[in-house]
Write a protein that binds this ligand. Structure first.
Ligand code: UD1
Length: 340
């Protein structure tokens, strides 16, 4: 049986990927997390959905000694899916060194372990923030990487380069870099979703919390050069992102990859403005959402959406859900949290 290590498995995208792996593969799945922005409770939620067990390790990837000890006890690892990282654009602007330390030290340690132990397959959570403010939309994987607008985006640019150089230096090592656009929504069961420990920074949890009176939504900027003045993003359902990881793993394990460091955009290909996202939420929830218009947020790009043809062709992947499904599932999850 092949063993797959998932770092950040208790987190938002990690936990949804655990579900896809446990439901659709026979792999032995080991999840590693230090619960810095997640709760152990997510594992119970995954188990409840999948009715299948998996192993867990509680560890900070920045602690190289403990990392080597703990992973040494697992036995041979066939592939790593690396999610664990900090991910807030505004927080990274305020605390850049926290982001460089956490996101890059952990990646360096994990890559060292992989090359020292002959782990051949590596999947990396990257982000469309690597494109910066792109000149031409939609962006393809060949679009030039402009200057990152935030330290978060820069850690993803550097992370991608580290992995690319490692794949050139070690012929046995191959990687897939998945550039997520804006993952949102929740598992369709309503039993699993995003659960930021502190006040969230991402739009959709703020929308759903505002709808239950636990937050107050401000639209960051209505003076951008876009169709309604608010920023445009390519929102993509978290379960579509999770599904892409299972497909990327199969791509690597069955040797379908054409290069040793393949890059794929994971987006729907549709740009949605902040105001359109709010309108979608209001439509599916039947609730009028109070919000105010505020100033621009530091680190934001104006507009970005994906050309996703390469992932569709090479990974045989296709997003299943639209913006209304994303908002409805996020709303279902928020309502579930209210009744727990
Ligand atoms: C960025 C990355 C994305 C990554 C995510 C992780 C880009 C283009 N995308 O998303 O790949 O997965 O970080 O966190 O860099 N907004 C408001 N009010 C709020 C919160 C957000 O108006 O209270 C607006 C933002 O200004 C932005 C949009 O909503 O225009 C989405 O913001 P957010 O959900 O934080 O994601 P990004 O920072 O775009």
């Amino acid at each position: 049986m092949q063993t797959i290590l998932v770092t950040g498995g208790a987190g938002y995208i990690g936990s949804h990927t655990l579900v896809e792996l446990l439901q659709n593969t026979d792999f032995r799945v080991v999840s590693l997390d230090n619960f810095s922005n997640s709760l152990e409770r997510s594992y119970e939620r995954v188990q409840k959905i999948c009715k299948r067990n998996f192993e867990t390790i509680c560890l900070d990837l920045c602690d190289k000694t403990r990392l080597y000890e703990a992973l040494g006890q697992i036995g041979h690892i066939d592939g790593i899916i690396h999610f664990a990282a900090y991910k807030s654009v505004p927080e990274s602007v305020k605390e850049p060194l926290l982001y460089y330390h956490n996101n890059l030290t952990s990646l360096n340690n994990l890559l060292s372990y992989a090359v020292d132990n002959g782990i051949k397959h590596f999947i990396f959570s990257s982000s469309c923030s690597v494109y910066g403010n792109a000149d031409d939309l939609p962006v393809t994987e060949a679009s030039p990487l402009k200057k990152a607008e935030s330290p978060y985006g820069h850690t993803k640019q550097v992370g991608e380069e580290m992995i690319s150089f490692v794949s050139q230096a070690y012929p046995a090592f191959s990687a897939v870099l998945l550039r997520y656009f804006n993952p949102v929504g929740a598992h369709l069961s309503g039993l699993l979703g995003e659960l930021p420990l502190n006040r969230p920074n991402n739009l959709v949890p703020i929308i759903t919390q505002t709808a239950v009176g636990k937050n107050a939504l401000t639209v960051f900027g209505k003076d951008y050069p876009t169709r309604d003045g608010s920023c445009i993003r390519d929102y993509i359902h978290v379960s579509d992102i999770a599904d892409a990881h299972v497909k990327a793993l199969d791509y690597l394990l069955s040797g379908k990859n054409k290069t040793r460091c393949s890059i794929f955009n994971l987006g729907t290909g549709t740009g949605i403005s902040v105001l359109e996202a709010i309108a979608s939420f209001e439509k599916v929830s039947g609730k009028k959402l109070p919000y105010t218009i505020g100033g621009r947020r530091a680190g934001d790009v104006v507009s970005i959406y994906a050309n996703n043809s390469l992932a569709k062709k090479e990974l045989s992947w296709s997003p299943q859900y639209g913006i209304d499904d994303m908002m409805l599932s996020a709303w279902k999850w928020q309502q579930h949290l209210e009744t727990e």
